[in-house]
Design a protein around this ligand. Structure first.
Ligand SMILES: [Zn+2]
Length: 153
């Protein structure tokens, strides 16, 4: 099992995906704004500091970089060939933190959507339309990823 992403791509992924205001995040923000949704950004008072909070709709949106959030089964989430133990530990801690945050914010009564980076690269139109539908619905949870049926509950 090698590193399927070359090092140039890898460094771009790492520089681009960590942190706030990433390209996928901006894509989601622009789309929602254009479609009349209003939101606040990175609210510190909520678990996991969601990328977007739509208070009126009782919903938050997390836009997850597939590498940093270890998207299961996703080729963008391949662990680097160098220092694999370091990465496994680091990324494992991220996954654990995400899990806790998701649990906490849902317990607090928020509806949650997770939009994976790969969905925005692969078929952005479908993912974004699905997200808008979720926000207008009363569903409690939705998840959008490339090559996966959108999950909504
Ligand atoms: Zn992914």
């Amino acid at each position: 099992m090698g590193d399927i992403v070359d090092s140039a791509v890898r460094s771009r992924m790492m520089s681009g995906i960590k942190g706030k205001n990433t390209k996928p995040e901006l894509q989601v923000r622009q789309y929602l704004h254009r479609h009349g949704f209003r939101y606040s950004l990175h609210r510190r008072d909520l678990p996991g500091r969601p990328d977007l909070t739509l208070a009126k709709r009782g919903a938050v949106v997390f836009v997850h970089g597939c590498f940093w959030h270890s998207h299961v089964g996703c080729r963008l989430a391949a662990v680097p060939a160098t220092r694999p133990e370091f990465w496994k530990q680091k990324l494992g801690a991220n996954v654990e933190r995400d899990r806790r945050n998701l649990e906490d914010i849902r317990k607090a009564g928020w509806r949650v959507a997770i939009v994976w980076e790969c969905a925005l690269r692969g078929s952005p139109g479908a993912a974004l339309a699905g997200l808008a539908n979720f926000l207008k619905s009363r569903a409690a949870f939705a998840e959008f990823a490339l090559d996966q049926e959108p999950k909504m509950e």
